[in-house]
Design a protein around this ligand. Structure first.
Ligand code: NAP
Ligand code: GLV
Length: 308
């Protein structure tokens, strides 16, 4: 059984070495050196060229190097074979750390201190306790739950919104449109960790911002298309929102002329909130391959109808 690796943003040699440690003897080819396409039974991919997977006649398993699978599901030629997504400690810890950092950055006014330092001004600013800050998380799945737990250890009040109600210790769970409205009304820092689906695209829009209390902050670490960018600019410029941290944007890389780069209330990172570290994630790939070969149920299988 041959595995085809295809990603322009992951190091194939590092992955080869990590996979060889766990699956000795497994042949791995690296796209575009496919050899005979009929040999390929499994593919390990991040954003493969549209139609590439459909060109492999015996493909029986797709493993996504990313947690979010909309780049695959949006390819109309995607073969109808099991699709496993990435769920690993590396991604989860990365994301929990990124969200904690962004919540602290706005709560503890770190950008204001950077501006004061630039003027050599030693000027303590008021900040309330973490318990006085309510963080609302859109998406209480693998990443949202990990972020919620980390924030709880720091004493932030944490609310979470998901399709189905959840039980996470110390976290109030909301679902449905009424639940969303109830959560937003109490949220000082809104974090988006939803998958991108037809239901969630554009969810960060003018109506949602208006439902947040004045002075709220938005953190988007999910996908750029969750956000209506013009609506964010309007909500920041009107003074309703205090700031935004964006790890993802509609167009990536963010074009140099985009207004987000120079906006005083926006902080940008280049889609690095959580990364699939080979050393921490190869075990999950190996487990998917093992289960596939053994004919056992596959871990972290994507529900294509649901879209995540
Ligand atoms: P996940 O485990 O599938 O969790 C998704 C959560 O969103 C679940 O709680 C789900 O509710 C909820 N949800 C989905 N559709 C919803 C809807 N229409 N209304 C309300 N809630 C909805 O996903 P994950 O592993 O946490 O990853 C989340 C996303 O993070 C990924 O899809 C990806 O886009 C993004 N991501 C970004 C980076 C980065 O570096 N920026 C890295 C990794 C992932 P139920 O539990 O009720 O189904
Ligand atoms: C990264 O964005 C991922 O989906 O893993």
């Amino acid at each position: 059984m041959t595995l085809l690796f295809c990603s322009s943003s992951d190091n194939a040699n590092v992955w080869r070495a990590e996979i060889a440690k766990r699956l000795p003897g497994l042949e791995m080819r690296v796209w575009p050196d496919v050899g005979d396409p009929a040999d390929i039974r499994m593919a390990l991919v991040w954003k493969p060229p549209a139609g590439m997977l459909a060109s492999l006649p015996n493909l029986s398993l797709i493993v996504s190097l990313g947690a979010g699978v909309e780049p695959l599901l949006e390819d109309p030629t995607l073969p109808d074979v099991p699709l496993v997504r990435m769920v690993s400690d590396g991604l989860t810890l990365d994301m929990a750390g990124y969200i904690a950092f962004q919540v602290l950055r706005w709560h503890r006014q770190m950008d204001d201190y950077a501006a004061l330092q630039a003027q050599a001004r030693w000027e303590p600013l008021d900040h309330g306790p973490a318990s006085a800050v309510t963080v609302g998380i859109l998406g209480l799945g693998e990443l949202g739950t990990a972020a919620a737990r980390t924030l709880r250890t720091m004493d932030y009040r944490v609310l979470g919104w998901s399709r189905s109600p959840k039980q996470v210790e110390g976290v109030e769970s909301f679902s449905g449109p009424d639940g969303l409205a109830a959560m937003l009304a109490q949220t000082n820092t809104l974090v988006c960790l939803l998958p991108l689906t037809p239901d969630t695209q554009g969810i960060l829009n003018a109506a949602l911002f208006a439902a947040l209390p004045a002075g709220a902050v938005v953190v988007n670490a999910a996908r750029g298309r969750h956000l209506v960018e013009a609506d964010l600019l309007a909500a920041l410029d009107s003074g309703h929102l205090r700031g935004a941290s964006l790890d993802v944007t509609v167009t990536e890389p963010l074009p140099p002329e985009h207004p987000f780069w120079r906006h005083p209330k926006i902080r940008i990172t280049p889609h690095v909130a959580a990364v699939t570290h080979p050393s921490l994630s190869a075990a999950q790939v190996a487990e998917a391959v093992r289960a596939f070969r053994a004919g056992e149920p596959l871990p972290n299988l994507v529900d294509r109808k649901r879209g995540y």
